[in-house]
Design a protein around this ligand. Sequence first.
Ligand code: SF4
Length: 219
Amino acid sequence: MSEPHTPAGKVESILKVLDELYPDAHCSLDYTNPLQLLVATILSAQCTDERVNMVTPGLFAKYPSAKAYAEAPITDLEQDIKSTGFYHNKAKAIKAAGKEIVEKFGGRIPPDLDALVSLPGVGRKTANVVLGNAFDIPGIVVDTHVARVSARLGLTSHKEPEKIEQDLMAAILKERWTKFSHQLIQHGRKICIARKPKCSICPLRPLCGYGMDPSTPKA
Ligand code: SF4
């Protein structure tokens, strides 16, 4: 693991503000078991969680097991998830992942990072979402919001998700990883928006070099 990139005092202050802003931050995808969360997370790529949550009740009822996904006609699965976008690739990944879960893991989602990332369509982000939320195994989820907000806050100077993950893992206590990820995702959706961050109303501004920079465009 890399050395912490940010002084511990600053990290603690950031965590305190995030706890005040988002005390109940959690995964906004609907699911009741690890398989459902895995599928919902694959569907959430380039799609809103709200849209995914509209599609998944019917999908989960139709495909209650990894075997059901593995055996699904690909054209049916594509139609079932079409409204989430990129449905050719997503259907292919879900079907292939279902097959491997059956063949390699006896139909159960493995609670292990290396095993999860060996599945088709599953990268570290998806694996950490599943581990952190379905298994209570802490993980840093580096999605577009976490990457952007952590860079603006000075918690990382990297652009590659794996290096950002390493920086955040080094800076933050393990038991906080999952909640911290959800807090940054919420902050990125509500205040630290990609194109026009609302720095003037952001409680993290005194801790944020980007927000305090006079050249930062004002919302
Ligand atoms: S001050 Fe601005 S850039 Fe910094 S975290 Fe807040 S909204 Fe994002």
